[in-house]
Write a protein that binds this ligand. Structure first.
Ligand SMILES: [Zn+2]
Length: 622
């Protein structure tokens, strides 16, 4: 843009009250040294005054908006058409522009990000307009309900609603407003408490849009004069999300608000979370035990609280008193006494637990065990007739045991209270709508996968639906990918699913804890009852088309650090225990030796996750 020219070119800007004042497009060229185009987050509301097509065509992109300015990245400021488009945009946005130069490459990356975000809605709008022309449907003035239902079920409007809903979930919105206003329909999301306009659409589609939502939630579509309430639920791969819908007549037409009852992955059944087979059986059995402690481990963002909530939901019945201590309360569970801890006023997990115990609880959920005091109280509670659910910040399931012992828990207390430890990670799932087997998976990769699964009980593989025979060198390993479709907005991936490992601390296992046996030994013992590691569970999910090798590799690659982590705890433990186990692998001894852990004592120290860990080389994967 010719900066000077634009600077001198004052533009009439309308403010909110429709009074006119003069603003200007300030072509202030700003240094963009600090702008990281790669990681810039473009807020939806910036884009509601300009179409993505225009952005592509004129090669500019607004990326930050203040009260009276918009920052715009522009590829070629000298282009006359771009200058005109910018003037038009400034007027529409009612703000002056601050221009930042951007190179074509960064611009293209940015625009494709924006497209992914909004294409769903824009496409649907296009298709809707076309279908109206082609079929002469007349859009929204439909007389018969049946007919209306059919039209609204048809692709364009239904897709548009779907996109609006999906974008809302992706943006962690709590509410969606679809509201006809003077000359258009405004779609707003409430995100972190604030309403933000995400898109504006032509007014004429408002009734169709609102009617589609009403149909979804079983409201009377021909009743437009009275407010109505309803609900609907969407089921996506691994996600169940409820919407509470309210319609409301306004002078501009009907408005609907959808409350998203779950801004997280949803309270879904365990198998939808990805807890399958033996893991699911264990958890379903143990959460119905009258006492004991069940732990979920994993780093932040691994979906631990979603799993906890799903478990609570399964055991939330009228005849039990469930109390939670959370930081923060992420999801409201009807009938559960949920409490938010406030460490700043001394209301901590530990002090909260003491109070909870005086509230006659049956089941206690403690958001996280972070310190010795909480650990001791939780174990104590679980030993005195309460079922305790909590989380711990370790990478592997077995890692929870040395961690708790390090927090001062006596091994024998732990052995008698611990029912199960489960570790988890989240992986992105393949879009089931456009899933295809990958042709010609390299032989090396196939062998690697077979090797990685070699410790898994063959009956577990069969039961989980793995088709390849890992003992047969000629049996072909088949993995999948999403090729991209409208349902996944071309990404090939849709939603997330967990990968898990679940230790069932049965009698033998408890004995091992008491003996102070740690690390792989724990896993070896667990294997007797069909234990699979997170990575193995992940690979099974790869072979059954739920996720990709890259995803499993990505979330399990920090396992090496875990081993070192374990060492730290092992070294701090000073206790005597017996082990008659003579079958230690020499590699384990060597490792332990190298790591400076004495082999002279009675305690078997073994921290290797795998005897011979063949690491998957991501480079091998296509
Ligand atoms: Zn797809």
């Amino acid at each position: 843009m010719n900066i000077k020219m634009v600077k001198d070119n004052n533009i009439l800007v309308e403010d909110e009250n429709n009074s006119s004042k003069t603003g200007s497009v300030q072509g202030k060229q700003t240094s963009n040294n600090q702008i990281d185009w790669q990681n810039i987050d473009i807020k939806e509301n910036i884009l509601n005054t300009v179409s993505v097509d225009s952005l592509s065509k004129f090669q500019f992109i607004p990326f930050e908006m203040g009260d009276d300015f918009v920052k715009v990245a522009v590829v070629d400021q000298s282009d006359l058409n771009t200058q005109n488009a910018l003037k038009f945009f400034s007027r529409k946005a009612k703000r002056r522009l601050e221009i930042y130069p951007i190179d074509l490459n960064s611009f293209n990356n940015l625009i494709s990000k924006v497209k992914n975000k909004f294409l769903g809605v824009e496409n649907a709008l296009d298709v809707y307009e076309q279908s109206k022309e082609n079929e002469n449907v007349g859009g929204i003035k439909l007389r018969k309900r049946k007919e209306t239902v059919k039209i609204l079920k048809d692709a364009p409007i239904s897709k548009m609603v779907e996109s609006i809903v999906e974008n809302a979930i992706d943006s962690n919105a709590s509410d969606i407003h679809i509201e006809p206003i003077a000359d258009h329909v405004r779609v707003r999301y409430r995100i972190d408490g604030d309403l933000k306009t995400v898109i504006t659409l032509p007014k004429k589609i408002a009734p169709a849009l609102v009617s589609r939502v009403k149909i979804l939630s079983n409201l009377k579509i021909d009743e437009k004069r009275k407010p109505q309430d309803g609900r609907f639920r969407i089921n996506d791969l691994g996600r169940t999300i409820d919407f509470r819908v309210s319609s409301f007549p306004t002078s501009n037409g009907e408005k609907v608000v959808m409350r998203i009852l779950d801004t997280k992955e949803g309270l879904m059944k365990l198998d939808k979370l990805g807890i399958q087979g033996r893991d699911k059986e264990i958890i379903e059995r143990l959460i119905h035990e009258p006492y004991g402690i069940i732990l979920i481990t994993g780093p932040t963002g691994s979906g631990k609280s979603t799993t906890l909530y799903s478990m609570l939901k399964l055991i939330n019945t009228e005849n039990v008193n469930i109390i939670t201590l959370e930081d923060p309360v992420e999801y409201i569970l009807e009938g559960v006494n949920q409490s938010q801890v406030r460490p700043e006023i001394g209301y901590t997990f530990a002090s909260g637990l003491r109070s909870v115990l005086r509230q006659d609880p049956d089941i206690i959920m403690v958001g996280e065990i972070r310190d010795s005091e909480t650990a001791e109280l939780a174990i104590h509670a679980s030993l005195t007739g309460h079922l305790v659910l909590s989380t711990l910040h370790t990478n592997s399931a077995a890692g929870a045991i040395p961690r708790l012992i390090d927090m001062g828990i006596q091994p024998f207390l732990l052995a008698s209270s611990l029912k199960s430890v489960m570790a988890q990670r989240l992986v992105r799932s393949i879009c089931q709508n456009c899933k295809k087997p990958i042709d010609n998976l390299p032989e090396g990769t196939q062998q690697q996968i077979k090797r990685e699964l070699s410790s898994v009980n063959r009956s577990v593989l069969k039961e989980r639906g793995v088709e390849v025979d890992i003992d047969d060198p000629n049996s072909k390993v088949v993995v999948y990918e999403g090729v991209g479709c409208p349902k996944c907005q071309g990404k090939g991936m849709k939603g997330r699913i967990g990968i898990f490992e679940v230790i069932d601390t049965d009698k033998d296992f408890s004995k091992i804890i008491t003996q102070g046996v740690l690390g792989t030994k724990l896993e070896d013992e667990a294997r007797k009852s069909g234990f699979t590691t997170m990575k193995e569970d992940g690979l099974i999910k790869v072979l059954t088309g739920l996720t990709t090798l890259e995803e499993v590799e990505r979330v399990t690659e920090d396992d090496d650090e875990e081993e070192q982590d374990n060492d730290k705890y092992v070294k701090q433990i000073n206790m005597s225990a017996e082990s008659n186990d003579q079958s230690r692998e020499s590699t384990n001894q060597e490792n332990a030796h190298q790591e400076g852990i004495s082999q002279g004592g009675d305690m078997v120290v073994n921290n290797n996750e795998e005897k011979d860990p063949p690491s998957l080389d991501p480079g091998n994967f296509q």
